[in-house]
Design a protein around this ligand. Sequence first.
Ligand SMILES: [Zn+2]
Ligand SMILES: [Zn+2]
Length: 173
Amino acid sequence: MHIHLSDSLTHEQETKDYTAELEFDVFENGLADYPVIDKKPVKLRVTNTGDKKLLIEADVSFALVMPCDRCLEAVTVPFSFPISRMADFREGKEESEEPEEQPYIEGYTLDVDALVRDELFVHMPMKVLCREDCKGICNRCGANLNHGVCGCEVTEQDPRMAVIRDIFRDANQ
Ligand SMILES: [Zn+2]
Ligand SMILES: [Zn+2]
């Protein structure tokens, strides 16, 4: 959803509240595409803080469907976070100033979806597990080990296991 900011820019110290719908149904982070579900309307507040600057605040809540890192089963990962960004609309900013990355602002229009996606990168979990003790998949037959043991010998499954077994055997001799 797009919000026009020109009105806010002309009224210093004024605050405007919006409710914006999230329109993106898939989040692409360069590694994978994750379906977006359970989207709640975004509560958005735009405050003119003077000097052609707008404080953009938002509260976001939705979930991504992500594969478990171990067994690849779909996991619903909820996200809920605040966003707070300062958008600068001053003309002829000093050339030496570090150009602010504002991929969510085009002209005087705020792209709410782009803002949320930009912030979401920071909140992506390092690890996604369907449960803490997910047993993963057998790397021999591909069976999901959470659903029961497969027929494969555990010792044959991973050559490293055999090495550890040998160390134990040697130590006990
Ligand atoms: Zn899992
Ligand atoms: Zn197996």
